[in-house]
Design a protein around this ligand. Sequence first.
Ligand SMILES: Cc1ncc(COP(=O)(O)O)c(C=O)c1O
Length: 480
Amino acid sequence: MPAHIAGTLHATPAPVWLPYPDDVNALLPSLWSDNVTKTDDGVLTIAGHSVTDLAEQYGTPTLVMDAADFRTRAETYLTTFTSAFSPEKGLAGADVFYAGKAFLCTAVARWVHEAGLGLDTCSLGEMMIARAAGIPGDRVGLHGNSKSVAELEYALDYGVGRIFVDSLDEITRLEAVAAAKGVFAPVMLRVTVGVEAHTHDFIATAHEDQKFGLSLADGTAARAAQMVADSAHLRLDGLHSHIGSQIFDISGFQVAAARVLAFRAEVMAEHGIDLPDVDLGGGFGIRYTSQDTPIPVAEMAEELAAVVLKECRGLGTNVPRVSIEPGRAIVSPAVFTLYEVGTVKEVSTDSGTRTYVAVDGGMSDNIRTALYDADYSCTLANRASGAEPAIVRVVGKHCESGDIIVRDEYMGADVTAGDLVAVPSTGAYCRSLASNYNHLPRPGVLAVEADRVEWIVTPEDHSQMFATDPGMVGGEQENR
Ligand SMILES: Cc1ncc(COP(=O)(O)O)c(C=O)c1O
């Protein structure tokens, strides 16, 4: 049975932000990476490769990365911030560290390094990837609110350039590790600036009542600075603030920068030291759907440079070198997830009929909708639809009713089993948060360029997934 046409009495209403499409087959260009387009017959292509061919050869679900687009975004962040913070403009230069938590594998780490960016890590595993990719330790940062002794030892052996200290306990632990090795540990203090970022609670990180950072308000940050300054094995290089993620309001960053710089002035005066670095974190919002209005990179860079200059002048301090840590803004728009439709079902709700399009993945490859109420968009990817647009909900195949990938989107009402659906901007926090829920192997990440298609993360097979279950090793190991 075809889905109800949107706008009839019996279809569920569209959310107010979602406009009825002029052409349901058209791509909203700002949601897709540079090299993605559609052919006249409605087939999605990336760098000249059709997704129908990719699906046939590589399977679904697959995260498909526009590798050239990723590299361009990384380079754009670096050149834009370097230019905005240049010494000719009275500033002291800028660094960009890609936040590997968004998505990391050795290929991505290499591309980031080749583009001139540093890499932020927050675990032993992420540092191991950075090292395997050939990134020198001094281009790597280590974050984390509960770093183990093993992680701190590894960081010092690797020569990690900045260890972001997040608690007083960690200062004691790091000092002991550095003392045992007879080295200086380079420390940045992660401070909590008390900014309420307007984003989902679970991705806001600079208000007081959450686990990250050292509070400016209650004096913990000042105590931490004292401890590091007094230590014979720790070197205080600077301060760090990260107010949260998917932020569209520049004022949060401006207030955070002003508070960090004021605290920097106090620490420098109190301890008679210079703090050459200030890291203003990541969190720059991106466009997942037409309702999102990201701040252009150049505007963000210019505004932050202006605030740093103004505050330092007002405080009478020198200007620090500034770094930022974007993850999502670099990788997310470069990737879409390609799914095959398994079933289409119409369900009666209080507000009308809703069409559920169930695909061959779900919350195990994209938990963000369930975790953060994230909104995504999607398109029918293997053909053009001549049917009326209908509101659909794209769901996964897991045993949870919250297993939703795209809450609301228009799609041709004739969408059917066997069709391909592509969901844009899934590069960040999808594969990196993937799970084996319901014992589904995690999907691979396919890097696509005009002359090259290659796995940068291979799809997990059942034998790899079962390798941790002694009862399955050597047993049934059917691949997908
Ligand atoms: C300390 C820190 N820096 C950078 C980031 C990257 O944020 P985003 O991917 O939103 O840019 C995060 C994200 O959680 C973070 O915790």
